[in-house]
Design a protein around this ligand. Structure first.
Ligand code: SF4
Length: 461
């Protein structure tokens, strides 16, 4: 199996999977190596070099604090957001970290070397960590690439398929292979994905873990709807989800389907406001795009016959189908805004959500593929230009807009018979090629688009 559904949906922290979760994981991998090589007690200095997009937008994405916490041994899956704030306050006051939780090393965010104009060949999100002895000798050095969705690789990482160690028989690496497999074996897309997942774990475990992912998504949206005030950073963006929830709850106490679109918008806003404030989040498949799949899943659970009849089974099928689509983007193109622009983040999430919903609405595998294709076809060329390097504008509203697009794509696909002119494989390749052609200004550097045309003094988006 190349990419698991649990690679695409993983629990972490905001505001960015590639710029917060990935760097924290990379720092954790670095510390694990030091521990494994029994070197921690010999370290006198740690150097951190950030390249390309990580350096350009790291300040707005929380990259440097994430690295400090990762070096202390914290992990994005388990760190408590309150504890994170407390620990960072202490690090900033003392100018020191506790490497692997064991020895004190002088290191702060301002000690990190930022090289925004230098992109390493392998990926625009690169960071090099080095551990030095008291005599200045390099004990250990490694370069990490945060390749999107919280994935981290090194120059020597094996390809994902080898790393997963899975059997090739039931795997699919294109939409054409996926459709062929569903037709040959009489499977739905979610069943094909479940079969892949079961190479590494039992079906019961897959279901349990997916339901946990759903619960974290729901908790995240509830947190977002409970918090008012302003988002962190100098944009002074007011949180809207809390006010919207109070008004909508009063207007629609019976959850009338006429208000479905408003609730979908609200869930997307709430999740992305939580993400922007560094809260607990599920990458789906990235943090910046994390509101789309929970919003469309909310629609599937509240407004479709299958979701109302059996919410747990609907959740599992929805996430497996979305995961199958997402694995194709990860395998064949990219889900990294720094590599292909926002089409790779929000576009991929909309495509995944459209596919998931199409299956829940009773779509055939061909209709699922059609829905996923429609959602991406109309996200092509979407640039990444976050104002102030913060995952707020245009990211938060864009999630709500794209959740609506995903629902529309699924409904359009269900009106057809699955045959269509542009295949999902073709649109994925077009997204990849468009991303390669896109100027670096529009790939998570905040050097173009809204990021340079809108003053950071704006009050609201
Ligand atoms: S513009 Fe899109 S890709 Fe860029 S940070 Fe925002 S959500 Fe992510």
């Amino acid at each position: 199996m190349a990419v698991s559904v649990f690679d695409l949906f993983s629990v972490g922290i905001g505001p960015s999977s590639s710029h917060t979760v990935g760097p924290m994981r990379a720092a954790g991998m670095f510390v694990d190596e030091l521990v494994g090589r029994d070197m921690v007690d010999h370290v006198a200095e740690i150097t951190v070099d950030l390249f390309g997009s990580l350096a350009a937008t790291g300040a707005g994405h929380g990259t440097m604090p994430a690295i400090l916490l990762g070096l202390e041994g914290y992990r994005p899956e388990t760190i408590e957001t309150d504890e994170m704030e407390r620990r960072l306050a202490t690090i900033r006051a003392d100018g020191k970290i506790q490497l692997a939780g064991r020895i004190v090393i002088a290191l702060t965010e301002s000690d990190m070397h930022l090289q925004p104009g230098r992109q390493l060949a392998q990926h625009p999100n690169a960071m090099t960590l080095a551990a030095l002895s008291a005599g200045g000798d390099v004990l250990y050095r490694e370069t990490y690439f945060s390749v999107g969705g919280g994935f981290v690789v090194t120059e020597t990482s094996p390809p994902r398929c080898e790393a997963a160690g899975a059997a090739a028989d039931d795997s699919f690496r294109s939409a054409a292979e996926l459709l062929a497999q569903t037709e040959r074996d009489g499977l739905s897309v979610s069943q094909a994905m479940m079969r892949q997942e079961c190479v590494n774990r039992s079906e019961a475990e897959v279901r349990e873990r997916l339901l946990h992912i759903r619960d974290v998504m729901v908790a995240c949206q509830a947190n977002g709807m409970a918090r008012g005030g302003y988002l962190p950073g100098n944009l002074q963006v007011r949180r809207r989800a809390q006010d919207w929830f109070v008004r909508l709850d009063a207007e629609d106490p019976q959850r009338d389907p006429a208000f479905a679109e408003d609730w979908v918008n609200l869930v997307a806003l709430a999740v992305n406001e939580e993400n922007a404030s560094g809260g607990r989040i599920v990458t789906a498949p990235t943090n910046g795009a994390a509101g789309i799949i929970p919003a469309v899943l909310h629609y599937a659970l509240r407004y479709t016959p299958a979701g109302i009849a059996d919410p747990d089974d609907t959740t599992v099928r929805f996430l497996l189908t979305a995961g199958a689509i997402g694995s194709l983007y990860k395998e064949r193109a990219s889900i990294s805004g720094a590599e292909v622009g926002c089409q790779g983040e929000v576009g991929s999430a909309a495509s995944m959500a459209a596919g998931g919903l199409a299956e829940i609405l009773g779509g055939t595998p061909q209709q699922v593929e059609n829905a996923a294709e429609i959602a991406m076809e109309h996200s092509l060329g979407l640039t990444c230009d976050p104002i102030g390097g913060l995952v707020q504008i245009p990211c938060i509203e864009r999630n709500a807009i794209s959740a609506g697009k995903a629902i529309n794509a699924a409904r359009m696909a269900l009106r057809g018979d699955g045959t269509h002119r542009v295949s999902l494989d073709q649109v994925i390749e077009t997204m990849r090629a468009t991303g390669m052609d896109m100027s670096a200004k529009y790939k998570e550097t905040s050097m173009g688009g809204l990021a340079v045309n809108v003053s950071v003094n704006v009050v609201e988006c």
